[in-house]
Design a protein around this ligand. Structure first.
Ligand SMILES: NC(=O)c1ccc[n+]([C@@H]2O[C@H](COP(=O)([O-])OP(=O)(O)OC[C@H]3O[C@@H](n4cnc5c(N)ncnc54)[C@H](OP(=O)(O)O)[C@@H]3O)[C@@H](O)[C@H]2O)c1
Length: 250
């Protein structure tokens, strides 16, 4: 592949770009930064809330689209953005997510719908709308990667609906891997604890740490390592990789 493959066309469109949804903060933001710092793949991303992380990514050369992915035509908006900005995609990463408890959903059908849209409908539609951009990439390997949740294996008495939609996201991996093989690999990462939220109290943190064998809050670097592993591996598709510090045997 020549260096030109990574540069924009004369009209400024990108080749072999990586698209990450929900990259304004935390894991998505970290992944976007790492792509910019450690690879030649240009970065496209979506965000819902303008945050310092968005400004930082744009200043570093990433191109962002502000969009609420729960509105009905969200996937079409993202696809139009990609068509405006790029001629091809090296990877599509479904990261955007809402972690909602069942008690918050009980009185809000709109929030139930939001989880379905964000975790299942939008990834499904983007996989279909953007496949031609993945096929157009000159990179040898092309990837779709989703971030689901380790607890789909176990269920939860507090996050049942959230987990059901994440299980749906995991399941899409298998179908799209079949549909798009051999040109495009489709994989999922199923994390347990990666990062606490700022407001998590010490007692909760201690209790969560006890739930894995390795008993650390690993931070987003381990997600980046797994994304890179998937993208560099030519023999991996239709899998969900648990990223759980040994949670499954505790
Ligand atoms: N952190 C963990 O320990 C952990 C554990 C298991 C699984 N995961 C998975 O790993 C991924 C990243 O985790 P995270 O902790 O970085 O997630 P996060 O902090 O909740 O961030 C997710 C991103 O999704 C965006 N988003 C939420 N609702 C949206 C909407 N309606 N439209 C568009 N974007 C929306 C958020 O945008 P705003 O900036 O507007 O909020 C945010 O930037 C998620 O898929 C999560 O489920 C994480």
């Amino acid at each position: 592949m020549s260096v030109e493959d990574f540069r924009g066309t004369p009209c400024g469109k990108l080749h072999n770009a990586v698209l990450i949804t929900g990259a304004g903060q935390r894991i998505g933001h970290y992944l976007a930064r790492k792509f910019l710092e450690e690879t030649d793949w240009p970065v496209l991303f979506t965000y819902r809330t303008p945050r310092p992380g968005v400004t930082e990514l744009e200043a570093a050369g990433a191109r962002g689209l502000m969009v609420d992915l729960t509105v009905p035509d969200a996937a079409e908006k993202v696809a139009r953005f990609v068509a405006d900005q790029a001629v091809s995609l090296r990877a599509l990463i479904h990261n955007a997510s809402l972690w909602l408890k069942d008690e918050a959903l009980a009185t809000s059908p709109a929030q139930l719908q939001a989880l379905v849209r964000l975790h299942m409908q939008v990834p499904y539609e983007l996989n279909r709308l953007l496949v031609s951009f993945l096929r157009a990439a000159s990179a040898d390997l092309k990837d779709i990667i989703s971030l689901s949740d380790f607890n789909t294996e176990r269920g939860s008495d507090q996050h049942a609906f959230y987990l059901a939609t994440k299980a749906g996201l995991q399941n899409l991996t298998k179908s799209f891997a079949k549909l798009y093989a051999p040109a495009i690999k489709v994989n999922d990462i199923a994390p347990a604890l990666i990062m606490f939220n700022e407001e998590d109290p010490p007692a909760y943190r201690a209790q969560r740490l006890q739930k894995s064998l390795l008993q650390i809050e690993p931070g987003p670097e381990v997600v980046w390592q797994t994304v890179r592993f998937i993208m560099q591996n030519p023999y991996l598709t239709a899998t969900s990789i648990p990223l759980d510090g040994g949670r499954s045997v505790v």
